[in-house]
Design a protein around this ligand. Structure first.
Ligand SMILES: [Zn+2]
Ligand SMILES: [Zn+2]
Ligand SMILES: [Zn+2]
Ligand SMILES: [Zn+2]
Ligand SMILES: [Zn+2]
Length: 290
């Protein structure tokens, strides 16, 4: 088996690296696993992810998912979801399930979504921004002494104030029992509530199933080829990491299900959507000429 290599090595090596990064997330502490460590990691973690995936959403008082949290979604503590504990050997029994931050020195005990006002942090009733507050339980303000803990009246797109929402961590079974989408199983780290392209629209947008403009989840989630299931790919890649097996289901320029490191959740899924649309367009053109 070959080592994981960075460029030079061409697109296959980049794809291989990005696949590695999506699976391993931050779990290698910034130092690439050796091939043996990577195999061991996948053997241990992937079945756990399949069994014990936790879905994270920010829910309105009516139980609607106003925001589905993804790997890059920021926490109140200013760290990303992927920097919190997201894998569990056994799902905790107590509710709510708390997902503590793993960043050294951070006092965050449980992932807490806080919406943005456009690109700006929202303000507390003490007038200071969310990120001026302590991430320790209590969420006291670091900039004033009159704050009794972060509390924002910012209005969500659903019409309810931010403070009336809850960050909810649920198992697959718990979501299914409420008729909520769970998407298909993926081997990637810290997927949170993401179940496909439509996950990233705001809650009230997802309620519009008129079909105008919004493609079906099936279309967006359908594998490009039968061999494309990420779980299979992850295991396939482990049996032989030669570039051929990593690229034989279409080149990265066609459909890249791998996110570029600097991309946020929305632009990743937007790109994937555009790729699928253009791929479908090409297939239609082909079928006209055949
Ligand atoms: Zn943190
Ligand atoms: Zn946090
Ligand atoms: Zn405050
Ligand atoms: Zn304050
Ligand atoms: Zn809302």
């Amino acid at each position: 088996m070959e080592r994981l290599t960075l460029p030079p090595g061409g697109a296959a090596a980049v794809d291989e690296y990005l696949e590695y990064r999506r699976i391993v997330g931050e779990d290698d502490g910034g130092k690439l696993f050796t091939p043996e460590e990577y195999e061991e990691y996948k053997r241990k973690v992937l079945p756990m992810r399949l069994q014990n995936r936790l879905f994270v959403s920010w829910q309105s008082p009516t139980g609607m998912d106003c925001k589905l949290v993804g790997p890059e979604t920021l926490c109140f503590c200013t760290h990303r979801y992927k920097q919190h504990q997201t894998d569990f050997e056994t799902v905790p029994q107590q509710r709510p399930i708390r997902l503590p931050c793993r960043v050294t020195g951070c006092q965050c005990r449980a992932y807490l979504f806080v919406p943005l006002n456009g690109a700006q942090p929202i303000r507390c009733r003490c007038k200071h921004f969310a990120d001026q507050h302590s991430a320790a339980p209590g969420f006291m303000c670091n900039a004033c002494s009159k704050c009794s803990g972060f509390h924002s009246c910012f209005t969500c797109a659903c019409g309810q104030p931010a403070y009336a929402h809850d960050t909810v961590v649920e198992t697959k079974q718990e979501r299914l029992a409420q008729g909520k989408p769970v998407g298909r199983d993926v081997p990637y780290a810290a997927m949170g509530g993401l179940t496909g392209f439509s996950s990233l629209a705001e809650g009230y947008m997802r309620l519009d199933d008129s079909g105008i403009g919004a493609p079906s989840a099936e279309f967006l989630d359908s594998p490009v080829t039968a061999t494309d299931h990420p779980f299979l790919k992850a295991f396939q890649a482990s049996s032989s990491s030669s570039p051929e097996t990593l690229t034989d289901v279409g080149t990265s320029s066609q459909v890249s299900s791998l996110k570029r490191p600097e991309e946020d959740d929305m632009s990743f899924f937007e790109r994937r959507y555009q790729e699928r649309v253009s791929l479908l367009g090409n297939l239609l053109i082909l079928s006209i000429y055949l």
